[in-house]
Design a protein around this ligand. Structure first.
Ligand SMILES: [Zn+2]
Length: 370
């Protein structure tokens, strides 16, 4: 990952460059901000800059360190993420089955190909102590080899308490050439003692424009698709990639069906639909689903007002039918209701209940009670 492939994040890039050029790169940094905005990507780029034989801010891209780090297979970059493991004590990688190793290598390759890819292994939700424990050993082994070893703990909020405590020990006595970078979308889930020992760097959501430019540069995509994905991704490049991927926007078919079930007022069908939406998704995906539902109502409002341009231009036909059928639908209130629920999802709420209440409120926006 070289710097020009990092999407947006100009403030962060400048800050990193100043630290690098004044030789003030700290021992530990915490990159925090929404998911999919490039925290891991920036960490990988730093590892290249610090270890490239060229010795300049822009890595040469061709030396052994540049190539090895870009492939995520180089001793100067240690990537730590949640792994499946039956017990907490033994080395997390040693204990993996052949299938799990395959899956891990597949995930690493995807991440190397695209640093915005979020590593996900089945049955792995926790970063275990065994993944964190060897950091110090590795640091002393590597000392004096030139460059700087970067340890990237991706989604650091997934560390269990023994992993967090082991990391704390490392943070208390930082090794000479070691640079620890923790990334998280949930800073408040980390131990305050860990947070206070790292230099916090905030990452902002990306602008629609940056996301659009990134998608057009990296992928062979249609303009329509890119515009809709950039809008619906709410600042996350990773989310935009998922949506722009072939078939990714098809999930909007689910939006269409959901809105239909809401107006049909068939409780059994509606509950089944909600269970279906919740069953296979995590909270983040539910947020994206709701952002899509909100964009549906924004488009209906645009049609009512005769405004030009639709977010979901490929759904123009069903949108026009809907807008004509419900000329009095209160779309502004519907969008407000959805945004209220999106805010609620950041808290610990019961998803099914929230979705059922929302569905009833949306119905009253579309079909006012007599
Ligand atoms: Zn290089």
């Amino acid at each position: 990952m070289s710097w020009e492939r990092i999407i947006g994040q100009h403030r962060v890039k400048q800050l990193m460059r100043r630290m690098y050029e004044s030789n003030r790169m700290p021992h530990a940094m915490l990159f925090h901000g929404p998911e999919g905005v490039g925290k891991d990507a920036v960490a990988i780029a730093i590892a290249r800059t610090l270890n490239c034989e060229g010795g300049a801010w822009d890595p040469c891209g061709s030396c052994a360190a540049c190539r090895g780090i870009a492939a995520l297979r180089h001793p100067s970059l240690k990537l730590i993420f949640a792994l499946p493991s039956k017990d907490d004590e033994h080395s997390a990688v040693d204990k993996l089955s052949a299938d799990e190793l395959d899956e891990m290598n597949q995930q690493i390759s995807e991440k190397a190909e695209n640093p915005y890819h979020r590593i996900r292994m089945s049955k792995a939700s926790v970063i275990k102590v065994s993944s964190v424990r060897d950091i110090r050993k590795e640091a002393s082994f590597r000392a004096g080899k030139g460059g700087r070893t970067v340890v990237l703990i991706s989604e650091a909020d997934r560390m269990n308490s023994s992993a967090a405590n082991a990391l704390l020990k490392t943070l208390e006595e930082p090794g000479g050439d070691l640079l620890l970078i923790l990334t998280t979308a949930r800073k408040d889930a980390l131990l305050p003692t860990i947070v206070s020992r790292c230099q916090s760097i905030r990452f902002d959501p990306l602008s629609e424009e940056d996301i659009r430019d990134g998608l057009l540069r990296e992928r062979d995509l249609q303009r329509d698709q890119v515009d809709a994905a950039a809008h619906l991704a709410a600042g996350s490049y990773a989310a935009a990639m998922e949506m722009a991927r072939e078939g990714g926007l098809l999930s909007r078919e689910e939006v269409l069906q959901y809105v239909r079930d809401v107006v049909l007022n068939n409780p059994v069908k509606l509950h089944a639909r909600i269970q279906g939406i919740l069953g296979k998704e995590d909270r983040q995906t539910l947020v994206r689903f709701l952002v899509s539902v909100a964009s549906w109502f924004r488009d209906v409002r645009a049609l009512h007002e005769g405004a030009p341009g639709l977010i979901n231009s490929d759904l123009r036909e069903p949108l026009e039918k809907f807008a004509a059928h419900y000329p009095d639908a209160d779309c502004t209130r519907a969008v407000d209701e959805i945004e209220h629920v999106i805010a609620l999802l950041q808290k610990n709420v019961h998803l099914a209940t929230v979705m059922i209440v929302l569905s009833h409120r949306l119905r009253s926006c579309i079909v006012p009670p007599p």
